[in-house]
Design a protein around this ligand. Structure first.
Ligand code: EPU
Length: 348
């Protein structure tokens, strides 16, 4: 059994992109599945809860910290196999995977560039952007079952992927993701499907061109972490785009026009989903409910480049951030009757 180097009272804020939150009472780094198993076993023997930390880019840590064991996932192997399969340890930074795929001319991930965080987190919320979702290229997920402490493999069907959703997200105590296998398309054509992206690259653009165009778009929205960007401390989109019935979307659009918030119903952004429902743009709803880009409440606020992103300006607390998020949610609900749901995970 590997030696476990368990640390005490480790600050979690520096391990998150929001740079907020308190201490982990116990903390361990897991560089391989055996250490992960030993850490889970140790927590169980000590009667402690255990939580897994990846890149910390989609996580809100309470000011009180975490009273159990935080396992920092650091499984770092990556193997590009012939035929387009890539096997990636959960701790590998996501951009390394995108970069390796695009450089080899393997299609499937080129729109998912510039996203912070680690690979193990990608199946959990089915990371998606600019017309791609990881679910489309996941071949299998290697997991540890937290009840039996056994290693296992899950096929995509068993992961029950949805929009920013999966079985892992709905049942977070069940599995820990150890590695993810992707099936990419060597010499395949890239995906140019997102309307905003279509304005910048042609359908036959190379993977590198598509990736660069996505990076440019993300930079304009402060969605590429840059130490000089005043909006850099965030967890990306703070709310999910609400999925509503088509009748409800029509109601929202008609209301927006009647209030002079949009010149015409077609100016209200909406995207059809596969299930026949409609995804509304939460960033648009936030702005039109009166919370402008750049709104500030002390040390927290809305990004000056994207209203869906809540940012920390430094020196703040998670309590302030969550109170502001509640204010944003109330504004949208009062104005449009649409309830926004938090997108990043709260470490409780
Ligand atoms: N919009 C506004 N005001 C804003 C922001 C957006 O009116 O401040 C409008 C835009 O004009 C557009 C629509 O809202 O009509 C959609 O905006 P955008 O293309 O920026 O995408 P999004 O729906 O806000 C989603 C994902 C992002 C992902 C982008 C691009 C969610 C919750 N967010 O944002 O993912 O990068 O699409 O595909 O689905 C994340 O999950 O953390 C994330 C960054």
């Amino acid at each position: 059994m590997p030696d476990l180097e368990i640390q005490r009272d480790v600050p979690l804020a520096p391990l998150t992109t929001l740079e907020l939150g308190g201490l982990a009472r116990f903390f361990v780094r897991a560089g391989d599945p055996e250490t992960l198993l030993a850490a889970l076993r140790w927590a169980r023997e000590e009667g402690l809860r255990a939580a897994v930390l990846g890149g910390g880019s989609n996580l809100v840590v309470p000011d009180e910290g975490y009273p159990g064991l935080v396992i920092h996932m650091a499984i770092g192997d990556i193997d590009f196999r012939d035929g387009g399969t890539v096997e990636v340890g959960a701790g590998v930074p996501w951009e390394v995977v995108v970069d390796g795929a695009v450089t080899r001319g393997w299609a499937g991930l080129e729109c998912l560039t510039g996203i912070p965080g680690s690979t193990g987190a990608t199946p959990i919320q089915n990371v998606g952007a600019y017309g791609q979702e990881v679910a489309a290229v996941i071949e299998r997920v290697l997991v540890v079952d937290r009840a039996s402490l056994a290693l296992g493999e899950l096929a995509p069907d068993a992961c029950e992927f949805g929009y920013r959703d999966s079985m892992f997200k709905r049942d977070p105590e069940r599995y820990v993701v150890c590695s993810v296998h992707f099936a990419l398309r060597p010499d395949g054509q890239g995906t140019v499907r997102y309307a905003e992206l279509e304005k910048h690259v042609s359908q036959d653009a190379t993977l590198g061109e598509i990736r660069n165009a996505v990076l440019d778009l993300r930079r304009k929205k402060s969605m590429v972490i840059d130490p000089d960007d005043p909006n850099r401390r965030s967890a990306g989109s703070f709310f999910l785009n609400p999925v509503v019935t088509s009748a409800e979307a029509d109601r929202v659009a008609a209301f927006a026009v009647s209030e002079g918030l949009a010149p015409h119903v077609t100016a209200v952004p909406r995207y059809p989903t596969q299930g026949g429902e409609v995804k509304l743009a939460a960033g648009w709803l936030v702005e039109k409910s009166g919370i402008a880009k750049g709104t500030r409440r002390g040390a927290v606020g809305v990004s000056s480049n994207h209203a869906l992103v809540i940012v920390h300006h430094g020196g703040g607390t998670t309590t302030e951030l969550l109170a502001f998020a509640d204010e944003v949610r109330s504004c949208v609900e009062d104005r449009f009757g649409v309830r926004l749901e938090r997108e990043p995970r709260l470490l409780t």
